[in-house]
Write a protein that binds this ligand. Structure first.
Ligand code: DHB
Length: 529
């Protein structure tokens, strides 16, 4: 990607409002309780940002170390944010007071993410949750890779800090929030970071920023959220659910600032969302592909059951495809993905190659026909090209409760729970009940952007959407992002959704375009001096 950065302290300024990093217990966190941003509490830092064109940019910026964003934190280690605002770019003074604010979360795998120890911009990009599926073994800390028994390991999300660095070099303010995640457990053995903790935290962080209008650098009415994978899901949810009252009791309990949590625009890379429908969507998409861990196809009767559920769900959404495609159904979604996303993605990729590189690629990938400057191929050809799928079936609500998402829907002292009727009915862990718990439907609403775009259309949602996905990404179904895009576009929102050809989970191969898009949609122009 050509993004590199080196940061060094140029001179120290004041000290930021303290984030009292707790040790992970729900009662040990403390804070000043003040939600007033201290404009003078920064350090002055310098960094070198390599642009997408390879040119180096010297950036001097003010950096506010971890600030606790709620008055009554459960765990300030996670409920804190850092702020970076450029003051000089390539030797020229810049004023970021009216610049867009990139609100970049670093959540991965629905795990905890912390910026408590961040010493400069982009640190959150490395602080994302580590992979891990299934029941955590009791540790509150982000664990190392601990694949679930069904192979449904979560990959890391948001591995690069390129968005943040490029944003800073473009003159934007960068806010990086931490958030609680699914594995956090207090001394009483209670999980305090499972759904809806992460979205409540991100909303509280947005409220903190907005309530500090005039004190915090940047235009608080031009917040652009970004995240990858689980972080992409949360970014999309943040965009869809702006000011929805269903989060109010949770925000009140944390002592969140009294301000709007609506954001202006949403960036979501490979969002792992619409979790309660993701098992069906996954089988519809990848049901015939072998599984990476076994080399075999999954139980085809389970796969067929789930795919049938998807068909029903898709019909109930009543979505229409982009570019006047018409009603999106399980019967035509393969054609839709091919026409709208996959062939154009391959076409862009191939068109950018030299003639000889293209010839080599096409010789290796004979399922593609290249004619008139366009790539053509069938759905079956494409599926074979992707090859083995990452997950077993069901991909998200595992019968043995081993998926990371089972933990995301844990509650109290129960680490892992079912969140679909089908998962609960087919439970293999010996549970006494074959139904989901009574609180699950509400938890699902709190976690699903589609709720705010389809079931109960939210007028306070973000109206600009940047969505990206790699064509090789089998962490979820391609339908998930495409439905999100279709739902937003159907409401009249501006949607920019592309697929990266031959890229896997977590790819972000056009960060410079995202930065330009932010300028476009916010109307921001850096003053030329
Ligand atoms: C992530 C990946 C997954 O496969 C998943 O199910 C949830 C989250 C991630 O990379 O964040």
């Amino acid at each position: 990607m050509g993004i590199g950065a080196t940061a060094g302290v140029a001179a120290a300024g004041g000290i930021a409002l303290g984030a009292q990093a707790s040790t992970g217990s729900s009662s040990s966190a403390s804070s000043s309780g003040s939600l007033v941003f201290d404009p003078d509490g920064y350090e002055k830092l310098t960094t070198t940002v390599t642009g997408t064109d390879g040119a180096e940019h010297a950036v001097t910026y003010h950096f506010w170390k971890a600030i606790t964003y709620v008055a009554k934190p459960v765990d300030a280690t996670y409920q804190s944010l850092v702020v970076s605002a450029p003051v000089e770019i390539d030797g020229k003074a810049v004023d970021a007071s009216d610049a867009p604010i990139l609100f970049a979360n670093s959540v991965g795998g629905y795990m905890p993410s912390s910026v408590a120890d961040a010493t400069g911009v982009g640190a959150g990009g490395m602080g994302g949750g580590a992979p891990g599926g299934g029941a955590p073994s009791g540790s509150a800390a982000p664990s190392a890779s601990a694949p679930g028994a069904n192979g449904n390991t979560n990959a890391t999300g948001g591995a690069t800090a390129s968005n943040q660095l490029l944003a800073l070099a473009a003159g934007y303010v960068v806010v990086e929030p931490g958030a609680r995640g699914r594995t956090l457990k207090n001394s009483a053995g209670e999980y305090y970071g499972t759904a809806p903790a992460a979205i409540v935290d991100l909303k509280a962080a947005v409220r903190y920023v907005r309530s500090n209008k005039g004190r915090i650098p940047g235009d608080v009415d031009r917040i652009v959220s970004a995240g990858t994978s689980a972080g992409g899901a949360l970014s999309a949810l943040l965009g869809a659910s702006g000011d929805s009252p269903i989060y109010d009791p949770y925000l009140k309990e944390l002592g969140a600032a009294d301000a709007s949590d609506a954001i202006f625009a949403t960036g979501a890379w490979c969002p792992i969302t619409d979790l309660e429908h993701a098992d069906g969507a996954y089988e519809w998409n990848w049901g015939a592909n072998a599984t990476q861990s076994t080399g075999k196809v999954v139980d085809q009767s389970v796969s067929r059951d789930l795919a049938a559920q998807f068909a029903e769900y898709q019909a109930s959404l009543r979505l229409r495809g982009l570019n006047r495609f018409g009603a999106l159904t399980a019967r035509n979604y393969d054609d839709y993905l091919l026409e709208q996303y996959l062939r154009p993605s391959a076409t862009r990729y191939l068109a950018a190659l030299s003639a000889s590189e293209r010839e080599t690629y096409l010789a290796k990938n004979t399922f593609i026909t290249w004619s008139g400057g366009k790539a053509a191929f069938t759905w079956d050809g494409y599926l074979a090209h992707v090859g083995a799928r990452k997950k077993t079936a069901p991909a998200f609500d595992a019968f043995d409760l081993s998926a990371g998402e089972n933990n995301e829907f844990g509650a109290g002292t129960t680490a892992n729970r079912h969140f679909t009727a089908y998962g609960a009915k087919n439970d293999t862990t010996g549970l006494g009940t074959k139904r989901v718990a009574a609180d699950i439907p509400e938890k699902l609403r709190l976690m699903n952007p589609m709720h705010h775009l389809v079931d109960k259309v939210n007028g306070r949602r973000s109206k600009h959407w940047w969505i990206r996905l790699g064509t090789d990404d089998t962490d979820t179904s391609h339908v998930i992002s495409a439905n999100l895009a279709a739902a937003a576009a159907g409401l009249g929102d501006e949607v920019n959704h592309l697929y990266y050809w031959d890229q896997g989970h977590g790819a972000n191969t056009d960060p410079g375009d995202f930065i330009s898009w932010i300028a476009e949609v916010t109307g921001f122009k850096r003053a030329k001096n």
